[in-house]
Structure formats: structure tokens, C-alpha cells
Design a binder for this molecule. Sequence first.
Ligand SMILES: [Zn+2]
Length: 293
Amino acid sequence: MKSIISLLLLTALIGTSLSGCLRPVEDTPPVTPDTAEETAPDTTVETEPETAAETDPETAAETDPVTDPVTEPETTVPETEEETEAIAETDPPASETVPPEETEEPDPDAADITVVDGVTYIGGVLIVNKTYSLPETYAPGMNQEAFDALCRMFYDAKVLGYPLKVASSYRSFYDQRYIYNGYVSVNGQAAADRFSARPGHSEHQSGLAFDVDHPDSNALLQSFGDSPVGIWIAENCHKYGFIIRYPQGKEHLTGYMYEPWHVRYLGVELATEVYESGLCLEEFFGITSAYAE
Ligand SMILES: [Zn+2]
């Protein structure tokens, strides 16, 4: 009973989605890891529990991605490598023992990593996974460029006979904390960590990720990847600037089980490069995805 209540609270909080890029629709969250990550149930927004408001006063505004205030991700352009190196050169260390620490790089072998205001970029591409987190205060809203690209993909898919809906888009740190804690209470932390990100580690907080699904689906399922539209998305989403962020067989690298519904916006050029490489993003950039503890 407690689990059911937790799920209802949880799903009421995130119970927002888009159909055809315009119309909010509710959907349903999974009970087990096999039914996949963070979807919402058939509860209405009006049933949103008081705890949701307490947890995150911005939740109501965030339930409508269309009207989300969107800040330009371009405003957080990372420092260039040249600038970083220039600083190092003009500031010689007093001794040979301690080089200047410019970033919080967990992986010193990965090239071209910069951290700006707590946000990690590789070659200007925002990175968030189990190794690299986003600050609690990082709340850009849904990225408009990514959403526009998603709508183009949805339009072309629909023309081909594949209607789609957005099951989940931008999620704040606080939304994610609420969701993650709900999964932990139901499934335990080890299981939850395979399909739900800890707060600060969700790609949905970047505003650059979407969960897409059949319009009549109530839960995100791995079988989506075997459906005609799932196959079409896997083979074509890079043409719109997206990648399947957590591909099959890459859990040990991405840190998450196969999620054929979760697409991440990278822009057409980089998404195409990653797609043609056959690598997941961690392999492509040579980075890890693992919690520190
Ligand atoms: Zn997702």
C-alpha cells in the first residue's frame, strides 16, 4: 500500500507529457525496472499532491514544457582550451609540486573537458551522467532548439504513419530528487540506479533530453525499440540532431539500462558522427559514467 501511494505521488508530480508537440497528456510510470524509467501515470495534474509543491514550487510551471521559460544553452559557453592554457601559462606555479587546478575533472585522461559554473562540457557539448553532475541550481528549462528538432522528427514520423508523444522532457533537480527517491523507496537503490538518475545526474535536467513513446502507451518499455517507430527513431533520429543515449548492450558504459525511448539532442553534425561511430556517448568521448561512491 505504501508503495502504491508513493507511486501515485511520484507520478502525479511528473504527470506531464506532450502529444504531437503541443497537447499535454498524462502517462504512467513503471513499477519495475523492466518497464523502464520515469514515466507518469494516469493521474491528472489537478491531483498533484501537496508534497510536490513543497518539494518544488516550480513544479506547476514545469508541467507544461511548451510554456517553460527557456534559456539559451549557448549562454553558458565553456571556456576555450586556449583560455585555460593561457591562464596556466601566465600563472607559473610557485613550486613544481602542485599544478593549477582549473576544473574538477574526475577523469584526467579525457580530453578537452571544461567545467563552467559546475556544468561539464566536452568540446562545448554539455555532459551529464553518473560521473558528471549538474548543479542543483542549473535549471535551463526545455531547450527550444532541441524541442524544435523533436517536433520536426515527430512530424516526419507521423507522415510515415508513426505518431509519437513526449512522455518526459525537462525535469528540474527537485523533480528528479522526488522521482528518484520514489523509485528507491519502491525498488531499492541498486535497482533504481539502473534506470533512474540521482538528482543532479539526470540528462533531463539539461533540457536536452526527451522520452518519446507511442501516443497510447502508459509505460516506457524496452519493446519500444523493436516496434516500427522505435526502429525508425534509432535509424533516423541523428538526422534531426538526436542520439539514442542509452543503447542496448552499453549499460556498463552509460550506467543505464537500454532505453530506446530516451533521445538526447546533440545537433545534426555531432549526432550523425556519434551514430555512424556505433559508439555510445561515453565511448565517443572517452569518459566514464559511475557514481563516486
Ligand atoms: Zn529519459
